[in-house]
Design a protein. Structure first.
Lengths: 597, 597
């Protein structure tokens, strides 16, 4: 078993040199934060991840959470780890100081959250869901709701959930049937069955605050008739103490392929008198409020892709260094050596490392756009940064998670036959990673959002993508000054040209033939992930080359040039293939009759 | 739960129109076989797959095989199904008539075997391993060994295994340490521990015939000192009856991510008096003999990729037809419909279908080359066909299995959140598929074989690849006559040009820089799989177009044009990306210092 060790050197490089942490921490609202503080936070978070969360990761997989008579018990060690997590203040860290948090920039929480996801993805889901619930209440709840629920949710004493899905309403939330009956006292009686509720029931917290989508009796049909309710497991007395058990029960938990440590609950609301709930914001606006949580959650699920890929890489690397097998091809000694010396094993390791770094760079860069969108003093800058964050959120979610499936699969491959044995641990990462491309909106849902709202149905259609393309092209052309990066500059330029072609085709096609555009949506999402992160990796290589030229002796920079070169040579050429598939591949998808499939 | 239904229409099309079954059945040695007989066999095999093997597939996954005190019990229903399999004659079907088999062409066994793998991959491994053991004994064993073991192995009353791997000897068989001590009676005492022995112990057969690699006391080191032995579980008396239990025991079985129904044994030989074994062929030539089995097994493992992908596709398709969710984009009715109507779901389904058909076409075509290599009356033709089979065997193994991981992953994605729940069944295909890219030689091992022995170290280096490239180019140029296939012809030509560039680069690089060539080996394997099967799919489309032009009303031909068009538009453009990665991507892999990974 390897031990996860947080990649703080790369995190600091991305934060400081690519995202511009110094600029972000100087924005109004982040005065309390400084690069020094961030360094201290990442160090402490790394220790917590390695020392507390990592040791119970495999236990969570092997034992899983256990359901009995409506009660759910987390796997051994989870309850104690969660208490330590809360007591150390990690749950509060990303929250607003208004409610007891530290108010750090999003990009700093990203780095910390990546560690939780690497060390123990199943555990990390619990605070992630709580964070989403906090956002929804903080942005849309009444002062009373905020005062009643947020303090304990921010500390983590109480956890939160998102109750969206019903058996007939998965990706299509318009089909939601759960009901909310208004009561004389201003509360509501909630009834209905919700499925796939992450950490919907457990024994780690004193109370669980469910955010539930349901319909009022007079609600219009479809998405415009969905309201959002706070439905606590235990009612809260006016003095803040816990009152009666609410009428909601965990009917069962799912038997999933992975994230066994995270209970996925079927929740039954109002099977008896009715579950007491409280309306969040205005009636019938619940879906929009839920999307406040969803966007938060989507970037965080993309980050799960980064975290699980990083862990899988470290695990594979440790084996490749110690496993002696065969004499490497072209090695003149003819001696058997560690498999890291075999060219194809090196290729696999560099593939994992370079793609993981590219995903991390993109995710943090998008978080940096979010921080600027929230806190930049100039309104026009806020709009521009928000547009970029919006455009790339589905890419971070969809692309990083799809990549993580491939990367964790390569992690098994490096181990070979032993990797297929569960005790080795490589399988867990592969099984855990598989859900990330599904929950919080499948890759197809993300891709439709990308080519629709974020591209073709943007206020000025395609304006954000075009501005990004222009900025990337300017950078690529400037790279020609550095001899050592000439090949990378050409590969990046080819990638940008492919993204330009695909963007133009989608903009020209979306209105006249939306089905053809939609058939190219997922390839476009992948293309965008590759090209935009390829640009950020080329930037990274340029900075590294400059550092080396000016005498830096840090080996990190040489490694960064290698990972960026690998990414440019192996991943950027895929952009042209996706562009061709988008423009030429939709006819076959749409022409074939259903019966012929 | 869906029920697997053998895709006999596509199988017949590939056999008859692409592989040339009529020509093969007219070859000397296959006189007993006719296209009519093949049709009858496929029909019966399909019924057996659906009626007997399919119903116990999920049971095998859920229960797994069970170990207790050295005995292994197969999952419920497996023993009964195996008895029926043997009694119906399916085990004997592909074997030589000399030993009681039906002596059918390899390509016919391929189609039948695909059904076993689709219906129940874990079950199918047992006859697959027996088949490999039969081949090794039939080709290299003495008449006495053949007479003693083959009749019962051919019927399936006894099963066979391959005992290669030891803890320190995985991909590198030169590190094998198991020992063989000659005895006065001409037998040997075998001792050592073997791991990853598929169906190494079970309760389905009366006897298990282990083929074991071990070293004689005076054996030279490395691969030139390995001999092959038959080591039966029960010794066989001179009258053919079963004698004493041999000194070998199943020490444990592995806890794997998938193929739970197939016990993967740790075998301990000679822990007491020594396990009695019998030398196969000459001393120290065991590795070569084992490769007789391995090549058989490699194509069959590639076929597992086809089979599990086909099953995953059928399973996803059945859900896509029945699951109602959301109003499809661009659908004017605005009504919620089955998800098959959503463009991205259609894209996923067609992606699964087209790649599976491409893999099937390539695997059967290679099997057709094997049949011609064995039975063609002209010696020069036999050599040419053998060279093609040799060149493409690692491609069928490596490419089809890697594809199957992606395709079964897409199978889960079509199901969405429900797909991640084990009860749905989609996870099993994904977990089962993952091993196929590892056992019988990892994808890296296949790729090194491809660029080495099959390309750069061929007697006339690259001659087989070049002849294939020329034949494919001639075909692509001839496609211009058909207006409807113009785009496909261009996409195929681009793919062929990419394979040509990559082939030239590897031939120019292999001797001077074998490590750089090896770093491009896996991309080249994938490129070759795409281009050669892209050519066969284009051939299929041309035939389908001709059939439609001449009035055929069979919808199958329209579907074939759609799958071929999809493959050409979505898969063939990847060839250029791989070619670029091969030529430009090795420096980063090799330049980075170990410590920087």
């Amino acid at each position: 078993m390897s031990t996860y060790s947080a990649p703080v050197r790369d995190m600091h490089f991305v934060l400081n040199d690519i995202v511009g942490l110094e600029e972000i921490t100087s924005l109004p609202g982040y005065e309390e934060c400084s690069p020094d503080l961030v360094e201290a936070i990442l160090d402490e978070a790394g220790k917590f991840a390695t020392g507390v969360l990592d040791p119970i990761n495999a236990i969570g997989d092997q034992q899983g959470a256990k359901w009995m008579g409506g009660e759910v018990t987390a796997a051994d060690g989870f309850k104690e780890a969660y208490k330590l997590f809360v007591d150390t203040g990690w749950n509060a860290m990303p929250c607003s100081p208004e409610f007891g948090g530290q108010g750090l920039p999003t990009v700093v929480s990203m780095a910390v959250n990546e560690m939780w996801k690497s060390a123990n993805m199943a555990f990390g889901l619990c605070p992630m869901l709580t964070g989403g619930a906090i956002e929804a209440i903080a942005h849309h709840g009444s002062d009373e709701l905020k005062a009643t629920y947020l303090p304990n949710m921010v500390t983590g004493t109480w956890t939160g959930t998102m109750n969206l899905t019903e058996p007939q309403a998965g990706s299509d939330l318009s089909a939601i049937r759960s009901k909310a009956q208004p009561q004389a006292d201003g509360s509501y009686l909630i009834s209905g069955t919700k499925i796939f509720i992450t950490w919907g029931e457990h024994d780690m917290a004193e109370n669980i605050i469910h955010l539930v989508l349901a319909r009022l009796p007079d609600a219009p049909p479809g998405v415009k008739g969905i309201s959002l309710f706070v439905v606590p497991k235990f009612l809260v007395n006016s003095d803040g103490s816990l009152g009666a058990r609410n009428d909601l029960v965990c009917a069962s938990i799912e038997h999933k392929m992975g994230i066994h440590g995270s209970p996925t609950a079927v929740m039954a609301f109002g099977e008896n008198a009715g579950a007491i709930g409280y309306l969040v914001g205005d009636a019938n606006k619940g879906l929009g409020y839920m999307f406040t949580m969803m966007n938060h959650a989507r970037v965080n699920v993309g980050l799960e892709g980064v975290g699980i890929a990083e862990r899988s890489y470290q695990h594979a690397l440790s084996y490749a260094r110690e496993r002696i097998q065969g004499a490497p091809i072209g090695d003149k000694s003819g001696e058997t050596k560690a498999i890291i010396h075999h060219p194809d094993v090196r290729r696999m390791l560099l593939d994992m490392k370079s793609r993981t770094e590219a995903m991390r760079t993109l995710a943090y860069w998008v978080a940096g756009q979010m921080d600027r969108a929230h806190n930049h003093p100039e309104a026009t800058a806020r709009v521009t940064h928000q547009a970029r964050a919006d455009f790339l959120t589905p890419v971070v979610k969809g692309w990083s998670t799809e990549q993580s499936i491939e990367i964790t699969s390569t992690g098994i491959q490096v181990w070979g036959g032993v990797g297929y044995i569960e005790e080795t641990g490589a399988c867990q990462y592969f099984r855990d990673a598989r859900i990330t491309a599904i929950y919080e909106g499948t890759t197809g849902i993300q891709a439709n959002d990308l080519i629709g709202r974020k591209l073709a149905r943007e206020k000025v259609p395609g304006s954000t993508a075009k501005a990004l393309l222009a900025e990337m092209a300017t950078f690529a052309n400037s790279m020609g000054n550095d001899e050592s990066l000439l090949a990378m500059a050409r590969q990046l330029n080819d990638g940008i040209a492919a993204m330009q072609r695909a963007t133009d085709w989608l903009l020209a096609t979306y209105d006249s033939n939306p089905r053809a555009a939609a058939a190219g949506a997922v390839p476009y999402l992948k293309l965008t992930g590759i090209v935009v992160s390829g640009w950020l990796m080329a930037k990274s290589a340029q900075i590294a080359a400059q550092q080396i030229a000016s005498g830096a002796s840090d080996d990190f920079y040489r490694a960064k040039i290698a990972t960026a070169s690998y990414f440019a040579a192996h991943q950027l050429p895929l952009a042209a293939a996706y562009a061709a598939a988008i423009a030429e591949g939709s006819a076959a998808v749409l022409d074939i009759a259903d019966g012929l499939l």
